[in-house]
Write a protein that binds this ligand. Structure first.
Ligand code: MOS
Length: 757
């Protein structure tokens, strides 16, 4: 056993492993989609509509075509056929704006592409795009921020399939509300927000006969492959999508946008590779955004704080072209125990680019509303907001009538409260002070769905003692390369620095979407099964190769651990390294494949699987200059087993930073005159930067959730953004006396503070 102790290394699962791709990134060697050079590469720049509603009457391309170096000005008349795509079952072939660019002469939103200039250089293409003259028959755009639901049937088709507008119901919520001794009835508004990953969306497309290859920063390469195959009438195996690195996405790169097909179509027409990278402005117009929402929340309670009724009625904006569903009720029906509940939604069409999933879609705006309502109810009842949540902790998921796989929400609240020092809170507005500043304290809870998508992977054990793990998922900056290396290392005993990871290519085994915080949970069982199968083949080789130390043994007498094969009865001290066995058998490698099924969207799940968490926030308020700062945040997350606490903390910290932006800064504003997103640059659309962000304190509870996978990992990309805005608005109210129910908090709101100098 002594020898075992020497050779065995600590499990890589749970280690603070730095990014294995970190040095490639900081040295500039990581190849992002638009970094790949190609001979004879042409550059494309789209022409954007400058109206949001109407028709194109004339398109004069003559000046643009005269510019030397211009290869083509494409439009409806000459782009060639682009078919529509249709959604498959489940999560297959998702595309938010299904109408291909240039399909007709109708303009539905500002910035819709109406032509495409292609030239030898980017600068020439830009000059040509600017020289295209369009004339329009203009209609009045509807970008009205007041969202009244459009008439809709009870069941509506959405991007993700049919949805009942009555989303969840139990008991008689109306009656229980009207009978309730304590009532709260408030409406909360969240604005349109734009994802703003630093890497812009863009595609480089090239054809080789009937083979289409596209380099695109996608969060879902296989989905992109199936949509593009349909749009160009190709078998899926004729389309290859490559995404080696992604400069973040936040959901904006989940599904193909109209520019992808334009790049492919232009490359087809010209017989050369074409690169089309959006400008920052274009990403505000035509590459998705978080939908504006208006959410009425009604809570009925007993004087002691037990909920008796919860009604959540939300309306969200969508475009004229899409059926995107912003599921604000994602967490409403299970987060608290309440016998009478109703969640329903309506939709309002606007002349805007299509909204889409943005980090924590649905749940993030939804929890801002419901957690704010809980905080307001606590204030009304003069009950501590943590206590109000303890009083309403459910025993099971009451919406489905099934147990939670692993729920430690109360422990999150308890740990968060202790770390923050919540018990020292004093109640009165403006009652807490430090160093001449007024302090405000607030808290809120968080939840986000946990599930698996289908996944496949392969693992090679190689004769030089290295291993290769391959999975056609993608790393959107969250650490998937590193997680795959850790998983492969765990199973094969090969140290992390000898694991090669291949991802981001549809020629690899089909991997999951990097979305919904599900990639990690999804790849675990597939990688583990692949390793088990590779090891099983290795044991067969060990027992059948003439001259092998294990010749004539049976496979089931052998074991594999820490990279070595040994006879179970003798123990691992007499083990042989797999590299030696492969060399002896004259094999470069032995390979295993594994796959796992999806649990997302299961019709009859046995367990309700979610991650949970909470935030405690301190703001400082300087009444003299109406200055509000987030000063301290404690976040506690229950997201199952954390495979890499370094990457995990990075995800939660990033989400909290985004939450500070959501609460205080971010807001995409549409011009009522022409429907344009006005603040469509990083100078005008303000995101939180380091100066806005205090030291963030993140804790993980680390309870494995074995319902999801053998490691017990859930996901952590989105949960950190849930609830934070409600905690910040609660802290703001505590400091200033102003209850802000429309995000972001503006200085104008705070000038109404009773705590002014
Ligand atoms: Mo996330 S919105 O599923 O990228």
């Amino acid at each position: 056993m002594a020898a075992t102790a020497e050779t065995a290394t600590a499990s890589p699962i749970g280690q603070q492993t730095p990014r294995i791709d970190g040095s490639l990134k900081v040295s500039g060697k990581a190849m992002y989609a638009s970094d790949f050079p190609f001979p004879a590469l042409l550059y494309a720049v789209p022409v954007e509509a400058t109206i949001a509603n109407g028709k194109i009457q004339g398109l004069d391309t003559s000046e643009a075509e005269k510019i030397p170096g211009v290869r083509a000005i494409f439009h409806h008349g000459n782009i060639g056929k682009i078919f529509r795509s249709v959604k498959g079952k489940g999560m297959e072939s998702i595309c938010i704006e299904r109408r291909p660019a240039f399909e007709d002469d109708v303009v539905r939103y500002y910035g819709q592409y109406i032509a495409l200039a292609v030239a030898d250089t980017f600068e020439i293409a830009k000059a040509a795009a600017d020289a295209v003259r369009a004339t329009y028959a203009k209609g009045k755009p509807n970008v009205n921020p007041d969202l009244k639901p459009d008439p809709d049937p009870d069941v509506v088709e959405t991007t993700y399939g049919p949805e009942h507008r009555l989303q969840s119901e139990r008991g008689d919520a109306e009656k229980a509300f009207s009978d309730a001794p304590v009532k709260l009835d408030q409406t909360y508004v969240t604005p349109s927000e734009t994802h703003n990953p630093i890497e812009l969306q863009g595609a480089t497309a090239m054809w080789d006969g009937q083979m289409l290859t596209i380099y695109e920063e996608s969060q879902a390469i296989f989905n992109m492959r199936s949509v593009l195959a349909q749009m160009f009438g190709l078998p899926e195996e004729n389309v290859r999508v490559i995404t080696k690195f992604v400069g973040s996405g936040f959901g904006s790169k989940l599904w193909p946008w109209t520019h992808c097909a334009l790049a492919c179509a232009a490359a087809r027409q010209l017989g050369k590779p074409v690169k089309l990278v959006l400008s920052r402005r274009m990403t505000f117009q035509s590459a998705g955004h978080r939908a504006r929402t208006q959410q009425r929340v009604r809570l009925g309670a007993t004087p002691k704080g037990k909920l008796v009724s919860l009604m959540h009625d939300y309306v969200y904006e969508r475009s004229m072209l899409d059926d995107y569903h912003e599921n604000c009720g994602e967490a409403t029906a299970f987060q608290y125990s309440v016998p009478n509940l109703r969640v329903q939604f309506g939709r309002a069409k606007r002349n805007i680019g299509s909204p889409s999933d943005m980090r924590g879609p649905g749940a993030v705006p939804g929890l801002y509303a419901t957690e704010s309502a809980m905080n307001e109810l606590a204030d009304q009842l003069k009950i501590d907001p943590v206590q109000l949540r303890l009083l309403n902790e459910p025993k099971i998921d009451e919406s489905l009538g099934i147990p939670f796989s692993s729920r430690h929400y109360l422990e999150c609240l308890q740990v968060g409260g202790e770390k923050f020092g919540w018990s020292r809170r004093t109640l009165g507005v403006g009652s807490m002070k430090r160093d001449g500043l007024i302090l405000g304290w607030g808290m809120a809870g968080a939840a986000w769905v946990a599930a698996r998508f289908a996944a496949q992977a392969t693992i090679e054990l190689r004769d030089d003692g290295t291993t290769r793990v391959a999975c056609g998922t993608q790393d959107i900056g969250t650490g998937t390369y590193t997680i795959l290396a850790q998983l492969a290392s765990e199973k094969t005993g090969v140290p992390i620095n000898k694991v090669e990871v291949a991802l981001g290519d549809t020629s690899l085994p089909e991997g999951p979407v990097s979305g919904g915080s599900m990639a990690t949970a999804s790849v675990v069982p597939a990688v583990f099964a692949a390793a088990d199968n590779a090891i099983a083949s290795l044991l067969t080789i060990a027992t059948t190769t003439p001259g092998s130390p294990f010749e004539k043994r049976k496979s089931d007498e052998l074991a594999f651990e820490g990279g070595r094969v040994f006879v179970k009865a003798k123990g691992s001290a007499e083990g042989v390294a797999f590299a030696d066995l492969l060399q002896h058998a004259d094999l470069r490698f032995v390979t295993g494949s594994g796959k796992s099924a999806e649990t997302f969207g299961e019709r009859k799940p046995k367990f309700s699987t979610h991650s949970f968490g909470c935030h405690f926030v301190e703001v400082t308020w300087q009444p003299m200059m109406a200055r509000l700062r987030v000063n301290r945040v404690v976040t506690v997350i229950d997201a199952g087993r954390i495979i890499n606490p370094l990457a995990g903390r990075n995800q939660i910290e990033g989400a909290v930073v985004m939450g500070i932006g959501m609460a205080l800064l971010e807001h995409t504003i549409y011009d009522p005159q022409n429907g344009a997103p006005i603040n469509s640059s990083l100078a005008d659309y303000i995101v939180a930067v380091n100066a806005d962000v205090p030291k963030l304190d993140v804790h993980f509870l680390d309870y494995p959730d074995k319902v999801l996978n053998p490691v017990g990992a859930r996901g952590i990309g989105e949960i950190g953004l849930a609830g934070i805005a409600a905690a910040i608005t609660a802290a703001t109210c505590h400091a200033t006396g102003v209850r802000v129910r429309e995000l972001p908090i503006r200085i104008e709101d705070l000038l109404e503070s009773s705590v002014l100098a």
